[in-house]
Design a protein around this ligand. Structure first.
Ligand code: ADP
Ligand code: ASP
Ligand code: MG
Length: 409
């Protein structure tokens, strides 16, 4: 008998029929003798709908009130699932994040889980009940409702699994595992049987939204056995996310390709090539609470240099305003930007022991006449920035060049 935490995403609880299907699945697991804690998201589209309501009233809604409101999406689905389970003859009880309690810091909209009280859940499990918990939400020390950021129910699932020392955390979604790249963009994408935490973290950080970044961080930190599965099919082993690559001999050099359209690029031209210039540009950007991703500083000529970096696309206007403000002070010649860019990244622990991955990537993109605007590398990833309109072409070309395409029967 095992203790299993299952998390069901928005599409998996998107209608009464889907919720009933979840209840049936939970029932089957329970009939095999397992203890079940089930985390659910809001019905698909609901969180967006709620945010749009607030935005109809304000361009910049108060983050506390926003969290107070968006947390209601999950409060609906927990109760519906508990009702469906009871209807199916399974004793069940639902809890909001506050009731469990999932304690977080007070960073509304991106709160971090600090502690979880497992007492209530353990008592219910001991009494033979299925425990249903609202994903995405928590409560801070002052009793305010908080949310964990978009996709945060994954993190609730993993955090509960860690707190309860569950045998496995199963993330049920609308795909049957983690693929070499988003199967919606590349139909030839292949399901991965296994992927390491390290690679999954890179994939998530670089734009693969199948798991929230923090859920993977959490799973890695507490070594929670994590599996991604489909709620739309029976059986199937999904993708297991593990600490180590199984056998590195057979490990492909590249495990997956991630991409991200959420970035914009800005360039400050003709700044004096002197010590402290990066700080004088990026300091004010940081103070404006704008996160920076890739940074490139050109080799200076005639005592001047150019400085380019990327930010979240939502911060594009804001960063331009900051840079235009400081341009005079730092003696910059020009500030320019482009928000029609995309980042495409190759990820794989196999890269560590293989040279030539970058060269092959650049050659593949050159063959498609795709210009590379920026490059950044780490031990297990290479990212390039390209024009947004070439993103899908780049992903497909790389997917096939690195032999990731599924075999065609
Ligand atoms: P849920 O609502 O269940 O949390 P999400 O929409 O957050 O589901 O995540 C599942 C989606 O992630 C899939 O429908 C798929 O389009 C997308 N996705 C992106 N990259 C990948 C990948 N590498 N493997 C699988 N799915 C991916
Ligand atoms: N409902 C939240 C969202 O749409 C959390 C989640 O689905 O994981 O982002
Ligand atoms: Mg999700």
């Amino acid at each position: 008998m095992a203790l299993i935490v299952q998390k069901y995403g928005g599409t998996s609880v998107g209608s009464p029929e889907r919720i009933q299907a979840v209840a049936e699945r939970v029932k089957r697991w329970r009939e095999q003798g397992h203890d079940l804690v089930v985390v659910v998201s809001a019905m698909s589209g609901e969180t967006n709908r709620l945010i749009a309501l607030a935005r109809a009233l304000s361009h910049d809604p108060d983050p506390r009130e926003l969290d107070q409101m968006v947390a209601t999406g999950e409060q609906v689905t927990i109760a519906l699932l508990a009702i469906a389970l009871q209807e199916a003859g399974v004793p069940a009880r639902s809890y909001t994040g506050a009731q469990v309690a999932v304690l977080t810091d007070s960073a509304y909209g991106k709160a971090r889980i600090e502690a979880i009280d497992d007492e209530r859940m353990r008592a219910d499990l001991a009494a033979g009940k299925v425990v249903v918990v609202a994903g995405f939400q928590g409560i801070d020390a002052e009793g305010n409702t908080t949310t964990l950021g978009r996709g945060g129910s994954d993190t609730t699932g993993v955090a509960l699994a860690a707190a309860l020392k569950a045998d496995e955390c199963q993330i049920y979604t609308d795909v049957d595992g983690v693929y070499t790249t988003d199967p919606r963009v590349v139909p030839q994408a292949r399901r991965l049987q296994r992927i390491t935490f390290e690679e999954m973290l890179e994939m998530a950080s670089l734009g693969s939204k199948v798991l929230q970044i923090r859920s993977v961080e959490f799973a890695g930190k507490y070594n929670v056995p994590l599996r991604v599965l489909s709620s739309f099919q029976e059986g199937g082993e999904g993708t297991l996310i593990t600490l180590d690559a199984e056998d590195s001999m057979e490990k492909p050099v590249i495990s997956g390709i991630a991409f991200n359209r959420d970035e914009a690029k800005v360039t400050v031209r003709g700044v004096p090539d002197t010590p402290g210039i990066a700080y004088r540009i990026l300091g004010p950007v940081g103070e404006a609470n704008i996160e920076i991703d890739m940074i490139v500083q050109n080799v200076g000529a005639d005592g001047l240099t150019d400085f380019t970096f990327t930010v979240n696309r939502a911060d594009y206007r804001k960063v331009l305003t900051v840079l235009e403000r400081i341009a005079g002070e730092i003696g910059a010649r020009e500030v320019s930007g482009d928000d029609k860019i995309a980042k495409v990244s190759l990820v794989g622990v196999g890269m560590r022991s293989h040279a030539g991955v970058a060269a092959k990537m650049f050659e593949t993109l050159a063959r498609e006449s795709i210009n590379i605007q920026m490059i950044s590398t780490s031990e297990i990833k290479i990212s390039v920035v390209v024009q947004e309109k070439y993103m899908e072409l780049a992903v497909r070309a790389l997917h096939s060049a690195f032999d990731l395409d599924a075999a065609v029967e």
